[in-house]
Design a protein around this ligand. Structure first.
Ligand code: NZQ
Ligand code: ZN
Length: 392
């Protein structure tokens, strides 16, 4: 095994920790840009509590609200303009993955003279990978993406219908201030989609990483088992703070680099889902609930023993003389049952997507993460025909 691991984000975790926001922010400056999504943080009172904490610590704040789910580059530009005009020292993301991702790119775009879309990988010749950014503090209100403690961001371009990512060290948040109480108001459907996102972050590495990672396998299985157990509880009773906290912690470890250390993962399922949500603006986790099982059925054929291991260790299924592929498919069926139980869609028809643009999604999915022949990276690599087969 050869690998490097790095994550400099300080994690402050626990119910009630929102009150520490002002004290933490004051270490990074006197003026903050506070980035929020739609109206959820205002409705819940979280925004006012955040502002009070900042004020008490002598930090003034200007607002960039209205970051849409599947955040757009136009919102990033708007945020960067405010940050520059107001001379903000620090960017505070108060919201879900969308507000957090937008904040990271706003923080980089505020210090970049060109078009912020250059900062996002989208098949251009010269990707302007950010080398500097204003300090970012993430305060997640939804457990899903893990954006709170990683250096990735996913941004959409509504004009070109491309949704793509940037991932680089200067985008690591300085602090992830994670207060699971803030997730108590997340509706059932978004809670379930978040759980699906968490699990998919782990399965991407589990199924698309290198061989010979027994410790990472057990980490991955542990995160999935717990996300299933506590995810069901959080969906059944949104006021269950213990369940909310466990799901939030799962979201962090699922994509802060630890479970993936040494795995060298590539995320084909995410690339396919991003192509779908770029065109249809569906919720990321819901898209994953549809694509991941279909992809698993496809990939299990070339590596049945890996999927049979998943069936046994995650769902406790027993071989009973069955071959690996049969056991693998039973494991995938058990996963689909779980997704349905928590209320996730599992077919494109359920989210109103037809087959008219399948070839286009297949092209878009392989736009950035591809091998020399243009195949979408993964185990196995996929050509356009394979991707269309999975979508069908
Ligand atoms: O916009 P508001 O009003 O805040 O409402 C949001 C939104 O409608 C609502 N919500 C969030 N917190 C809430 C709440 N409603 C009630 N109470 C609360 N406490 O939930 C809805 C979805 O929010 P959003 O931020 O869009 O969801 P999520 O956290 O799932 O983020 C999705 C985005 O992150 C990207 C996705 O592609 C998508 O664009 N991803 C980012 C990753 C990363 N940076 O590492 C990795 C992921 O794989 C993913 O691709
Ligand atoms: Zn995801």
């Amino acid at each position: 095994m050869n690998f490097e691991a790095y994550n400099p984000t300080r994690l402050v975790f626990g119910a009630g920790s929102l009150a520490k926001l002002g004290e933490i922010a004051s270490k990074y400056g006197k003026k903050a840009l506070i980035v929020t999504g739609g109206n959820s943080v205002k409705r819940s009172g979280v925004f006012d509590r955040a502002m009070e904490s900042l004020k008490a610590a002598g930090v003034s704040a200007v607002e960039c609200s209205g970051i849409e789910p599947n955040p757009r580059i136009t919102s990033v530009k708007r945020g960067a303009d405010i940050a520059r005009k107001e001379n903000c020292d620090v960017v505070i993301a108060l919201g879900g993955g969308s507000a957090m991702d937008a904040s990271k790119v706003i923080a980089a775009a505020a210090l970049y003279d060109g078009d912020p879309w250059n900062l996002i990988a989208h098949g251009q010749e010269n990707w302007a990978i950010p080398t500097q950014a204003l300090p970012v503090i993430t305060v997640p209100t939804l457990a899903a993406t893990g954006s709170e403690m990683n250096c990735g961001a996913v941004i959409s371009n509504d004009e070109t219908k491309v949704k793509s990512f940037v991932s680089t060290e200067c985008l690591f948040p300085k602090v992830a201030l994670v207060d699971p109480e803030l997730t108590l108001t997340v509706p059932k459907d978004q809670t379930a989609y978040g759980v699906c996102d968490i699990i998919t972050h782990v399965t991407e590495g589990y199924f698309n990483g290198v061989d010979g990672t027994p410790i990472q396998d057990r980490f991955a299985e542990g995160v999935i088992i717990n996300a299933i157990e506590w995810g069901k509880k959080a969906v059944a009773d949104g006021t269950d703070l213990e369940a909310r906290a466990q799901v939030q912690w799962a979201s962090i470890v699922a994509l802060n680099g630890w479970v993936q250390a040494g795995v060298h993962m590539v995320p084909p399922v995410h690339m396919i889902e991003h192509a779908l949500s770029a065109h249809h603006d569906i919720t990321h986790g819901a898209g994953l609930a549809i694509v991941n099982p279909a992809w698993m059925r496809f990939a299990a054929k070339s590596r049945p023993e890996r999927f049979a291991q998943f069936a046994q260790r995650v769902f406790g299924l027993t071989p009973d003389g069955k071959d690996d592929l049969t056991l693998a498919m039973e494991g995938i069926n058990a996963y689909v049952l779980f997704l349905k139980e928590i209320g996730c869609p599992t077919t494109l028809a359920e989210v109103g997507i037809g087959d008219e643009l399948f070839e286009q999604y297949a092209k878009d999915a392989a736009l950035v993460v591809h091998d020399e022949e243009g195949n979408l990276l993964g185990r196995p690599p996929m050509n356009e025909k394979d991707i269309v087969e999975v979508l069908r």
